[in-house]
Structure formats: structure tokens, C-alpha cells
Design a protein around this ligand. Sequence first.
Ligand SMILES: *Cc1c(COP(=O)(O)O)cnc(C)c1O
Length: 402
Amino acid sequence: MSTDFPAVMPTYARAEVGFERGEGPYLWGTDGKRYLDFACGIAVTGLGHAHPHLVAQVGAQMHKVWHTSNIFPIPQQQRLAERLVAATFADTVFFANSGAEANECGIKLVRKYHAHHGNPQRYRIITFEGAFHGRTLATLAAGGQQKYLEGFGPRVEGFDQVPFGDHKALEAAIGPETAGILIEPIQGEGGIRPVPTQCLKGVRELCDRHGLLLFFDEIQTGMGRSGKLFAHEWSGVSPDVMSVAKALGNGFPVGACLATAKAAAGMTAGTHGSTYGGNPLAMSAGNAVLDVMLAPGFLENVERIAGHLKQQLAGLVSRNPDMFEDARGSGLLLGLKCKGPNQDMILAVRKQGLLTAGAGDNVMRILAPLIVTAEHVSEAVEKIDAACADLRANAAAARKAG
Ligand SMILES: *Cc1c(COP(=O)(O)O)cnc(C)c1O
């Protein structure tokens, strides 16, 4: 069939430029221009493009076996699970293919935990305004954003949302049916809003007092983006459950749900599954990413360059007070809150050859790959300054014409 309707379902507002090749922090556009990629496919390509170690590892696996089904043991999966367990609070891992699926596993696990202990009536999960947990029906209900829920029928039951940063409201929302609390340590899509350590400690304390499971969504904040392997490590607060995806496969689709043995007690054979989840190709990507990120000094370097970039962004704000309200975020999960529409700024910096991403609260997200150097940072800052000058000149010309 051929109609006027787009062959690719038009659910995305696409940019004009696409890309045909990448190397490190750079992408080459179909327009023949080179772009500095500080969007990273929304925090996915943490190690940049065409990373030689990743290409070699996934390439080698590609010549051996792609897929066998979870009916059979998958050694690469066993290895990645053991490495994630060794590097985190968790005792066990389920592999999925995306962030939303990792969250679905976590949601099921939280509910199953209480059912397993004879309390199936405890199934409700508390989430926070401004959250983003994915686009499946359950994760949309968890995120609670009306604009994404509109028109998709009754909302999946069992999620209660409270205002961001309102401890009293959180405490008041806990009832006899509450099973757990789901929170991003730093809200990504919501506008780079970090949850203060004090609050995370308070949430942990509430969970312990009420017998709830604490579930961190580290899909965007994890895999080194904060300067630690996972952002919650900065607070010293450990969850019972955690979802990971995005940078885990550096672009190869993979998600993971990590949990303590206690939390996962009900997740026995047959309770959950996935055809592709944890397949040999995805696992070779995940293992190759860990090879790089767990190498001595890698995360320390991320922390160092992140501090430098944040300082440079603060400089941008003070040089361009007409354009930016503040610089925010931590690690390499950074953002500039714009005064004009953030989409105008994103377009203006793209014209200068810099890719960034939007976020809530009128923020332009700056998600540099973890491999950037001070030279890349300078290049990005120059491009943002140039974009500001360009926007200013355009506004002046429009005023003159009008
Ligand atoms: C991207 C993201 C998701 C959804 O991941 P998908 O792979 O798109 O399903 C969930 N939670 C957070 C915090 C994210 O940033």
C-alpha cells in the first residue's frame, strides 16, 4: 500500500539533518557537516561513536552467535550479571531490551515481593511529578504526564504521584496498599532536577519504616554519567531495585533490572521473561562497555572533565544573561535553563555544529560523551556563545524589520 501517510509512523518531530558516520564525540551529517555530539542519542552513546573496543567485541560476537533464547544458558549474560552484581548493591539482574522494559520488570518485582510475602493487596507504587519512566502503558502511568497519557484509554492502575521534593506529601501518600517508591536520583527528561542527598536518605528511611521497596530509575543517570557508575552512589543511599538501560549498550538496545536477593525473592522460574533480553550480542555490548568504564581512572576522569564543563557552563550563563537563567545538573548530566524557548537554542547551537537535547522546565540538556577532553569542551562552549550571538542578532534584525 502507498498513501500520503508517512511510511514511518509520524510519532517523532524530526530534525532536518541525519548522520551517516561517527567517531568518538563527532558525527558527520548528511549535510556534509561535522557535529560535536553532546546529545549522545539521549545519554546512550556514553563512550562515543565507533569506539574501537566496542566495535571489536561486538564484531567478534557477531561472527559467533547472535541469539539462542533464554531457554539455554548464555555465558555472556552470566558474566555481565556477575560484573554488575560485583559493582553494585544488587545480588541479581534481569536483562531486557530497553529502559521501559527494565522498569516494567522492576514494577512487577516490587508487586511480586509483597504478593510473595502474603500481601498481594500491596501493589501501589509512589512516583514523583516531572518523572519519566518510559512509554509502555505501565511506565506511562508511573510517569504520570498527562500529555503522554492522553487518548490511550484507562490509565494502568497502581501509581500514586506526589509533588517533587515534598517529603510531607510523600509520607501522606503511603497507605496500606503501598508497595514501593520509584524515583530518578536526578530527573532527566523533567529538566535535570537532582534529588538532594537529604531527600534520598529520607525516602530510604520511609521505605524501611513502612516495609516498602525503594526503586531507583537510573536509566539516564547510570553508567558513569554522574561521574560514578550509578548516581545514587554519591548519596550513600542504596535502593532495593534499580533499572538501567541507555548507556549500558552504548546504542545496542539493552536494559537491565537489578535487585537485592530479598527484593527479588518472588521472581522464580516462569514469573518473567523476554525473547531477546540478554541475548549474546547485547551482552557482548554491555560487557565491552563495562571493560571501558571499570578500567582504573576512567570514572575519575569523567568526574574531572564534568567539573570543568559545569564551570564553563556557569561562565556561559554569566556572559549571556539574556539567554540563560542557570546551569544545572551534576556529572555529565548537565543543562542550561533557557530564557527564550529551549527549542530555539537547540536549533541555534545545531547550526553551529553542536548537538544537544531538550528537557522539561525549558532546559537544553548537555549530555557530553564520557570520553570528552577539555578541547571538546572549549569547542562546545564556543559554539554555544556563537549561537547566543546569532540569536541576539536575529532578534535585533527582527525588531528593526518589525
Ligand atoms: C529514557 C528513559 C526511560 C525509557 O527508556 P526507553 O529505552 O526509551 O524505554 C525511562 N526512564 C528514564 C529515566 C529515562 O531517561
